[in-house]
Design a protein around this ligand. Structure first.
Ligand code: BGC
Length: 295
């Protein structure tokens, strides 16, 4: 696995980014945040993200190496084979947009695109509240929309989109996302009742063992978790604002791995005595972002 990857989290209001140490899940250097362009068209978001990657490459010297440091990008959309297929809280131009191809062209790096909640979920399962949690676990991100990431024995089942379950005749996230509380001017208790209804509906369908709740509200679990009556244990996410960035970086790093060789197809091991002696050649200079970067 590469040791460093850049993670980007495209949200309804902000784009966050950072270089992530893949062994620890910690950021190497600062976390950057800029406002999501409005309108959040693919062209505008790709351009803003490209500038962010340039800033990271200047600030973290190892991250400047384009050949060695890939970029994972979380988008609030269903993502199938690198193409974004939906757009609930982002410009409609993302529907059927070949995001992976376009980002690869813009960044000249290996890129992988992942749903934003799936990315946050990966980070929580590896480094946060989900470590060691087996069985069916949901990581839900409560923000502009409500994102869902389903894990079975630690393995992601992507694109579950439970924010769009129908409850009381409309998209559940219209009532249970964190923004819904602000938009509707609700008390924490009143909003918790709506969120509770959503969690109970998910329990009815999936019988999970655990809900991990992320997004900005995970900083204030005391304000709403005590009001929840759902049978399933509910815990706040631990990575807070970094989860989307860290998970996107993990996603691209794991995807960049060459598939393990099929042992049956592998040639017989060579006689070590006959192996050629490795020659110490200087590595070719890797393409580098730092020279070209501008602020
Ligand atoms: C989108 C999801 C996203 C979630 C959180 C929903 O409206 O459909 O793809 O994960 O918001 O951003």
């Amino acid at each position: 696995m590469t040791e460093l990857a850049i993670g980007i989290d495209v949200g309804g209001s902000g784009i966050k980014a950072g270089a992530v140490d893949l062994a620890t899940g910690e950021l190497r250097g600062d976390r950057y945040r800029i406002a999501t362009p409005s309108p959040s068209t693919p062209d505008a978001v790709v351009a803003a993200t490209t500038r962010l990657v340039g800033r990271i490459a200047r600030a973290v010297p190892e991250a400047a190496n384009r050949a060695a440091v890939p970029v994972g990008i979380g988008i609030p959309s269903v993502v199938i084979d690198g193409t974004t297929r939906s757009a609930a809280n982002i410009d409609a131009g993302w529907i059927d947009y070949p995001a992976e191809v376009e980002y690869q062209r813009a960044l000249s790096r290996a890129v992988a695109i992942v749903n934003d909640a799936d990315a946050a979920g990966i980070a929580e399962m590896r480094f946060g509240a989900g470590v060691g949690e087996m069985g069916t676990v949901f990581v839900l991100t409560l923000g502009t929309g409500l994102g869902s990431a389903l894990f079975v024995d630690g393995k992601l089942v992507p694109n579950t989109e439970l924010g769009h379950m129908e409850i009381r005749g409309r998209d559940a996230e219209r009532r249970s996302a964190a923004n819904a509380r602000i938009r509707r001017g609700l008390s924490w208790k009143a909003w918790a009742a709506d969120l509770d209804e959503h969690l109970i509906a998910i329990d009815r369908l999936f019988s999970p063992r655990l809900f991990i709740l992320g997004g900005g509200v995970s900083k204030n679990p005391d304000k709403f978790v005590p009001y929840l009556t759902v049978r399933v244990p509910v815990v706040p996410a631990q990575l807070r604002n970094d989860a989307g960035v860290v998970g996107a970086a993990m996603f691209v790093a794991e995807r960049s791995q060459p598939a393990p060789a099929d042992p049956a197809a592998a040639p017989a091991p060579a006689d070590p005595a006959a192996a050629p002696t490795p020659v110490d050649t200087p590595a070719a200079p890797a393409p580098d972002d730092s020279a070209a970067a501008s602020s």
